[in-house]
Write a protein that binds this ligand. Structure first.
Ligand code: SAH
Length: 264
């Protein structure tokens, strides 16, 4: 292993297994025409594999102690930034890309969900997100309607496109070893799907619907929209309002959203 002091606060769990790194590149569907955004370069192991398959890789690493290692072995088509990718504006990040691009990342678990939302909500150009997540998060992304894993993340993944679990990765594949198993998930983004709908407004509508899992849609929506339950009935059927958010698929949420916001 490299001479590096691993930092827990940055969620550093590195991968060195070449077969796994190659498999992640394949899972991401990266090819010679692609521009790729990597977040969390670590020791650059995935970066190098991506560089072999992609046209260009732009990679962010928050830990400046990794700068020497990364720059000394930088492939020609890789550009490194030693910055916090979450804090940087998406529009700034995108200046490095010609048009569409793919996000690929093995990141600390506590920023995977915010990162997925950041790119889904703020970008019009990201084509897909292939990301290492805790197995539990992967299951939430692809959960069937009504189950215990079904929630905001599932609805939003379906709103933007389609999520698929590509592979399960055992904890023993990382150094240092984390306490949980992981999965590679790919979200393919379809910008045409609900393009007539305001992304951020829809997202907060869905968050509001799921705010209190045990409460009915009527309770949650009336609180989050600041609308009386009586008024809500003008927009949505009563039998639906008495159900919980987890009982509705993305398409139905879109219908509800349109009823409320486009007929008001
Ligand atoms: N992708 C590498 C490293 C995984 S560990 C591999 O697979 O081996 C996750 C890496 O993300 C760490 O190097 C950590 O320092 C970096 N990181 C954590 N938060 C970050 C952020 N907000 N922006 C950029 N990099 C970050």
């Amino acid at each position: 292993m490299i001479d590096h002091k691993f930092k827990k606060k940055f969620g550093q769990n590195f991968i060195s297994d070449t077969n796994l790194l190659r498999a992640i590149v394949t899972d991401a569907g990266v090819n010679k025409d692609d521009e790729v955004l990597e977040i969390g370069a670590g020791a650059g192991t995935l970066t190098k594999e991506l560089a072999l398959s992609a046209k260009k890789v732009v990679s962010y690493e928050i830990d400046k102690d990794l700068q020497d290692i990364l720059l000394s072995e930088r492939p020609e088509n890789v550009k490194y930034y030693f910055e916090d990718a979450l804090a940087k504006k998406t529009s700034e990040i995108e200046k490095d890309f010609l048009e569409g691009y793919k996000v690929v990342a093995n990141l600390p678990y506590y920023i995977t969900t915010p990162l997925i939302f950041k790119f889904l909500e703020e970008s019009d150009r990201v084509e897909s997100i292939t990301i290492m997540v805790q197995k539990e998060v992967a299951e939430r992304l692809v959960a069937p309607v009504g189950g215990k894993d079904y929630g905001i993340l599932t609805v939003m993944a379906n709103f933007y496109g389609k999520a698929e679990i590509k592979r399960i990765v055992k904890r023993t594949m990382f150094f240092p070893q984390p306490n949980v198993d992981s999965a590679i998930v790919r979200i393919d983004i379809d910008r045409e799907k609900y393009k007539e709908i305001d992304k951020q407004k829809f997202s907060s509508f869905v968050r509001g619907a799921f705010a209190m899992r045990r409460k009915t849609l009527s309770n949650n929506l009336s609180a989050s929209l600041g609308m009386s339950k009586e008024k809500l009935k003008e927009f949505l059927p009563e039998d639906q309002l008495s159900k919980r958010a987890e009982q509705f698929d993305c398409e139905t949420f879109v219908k509800f959203y349109k009823n409320i916001f486009q007929k008001k």
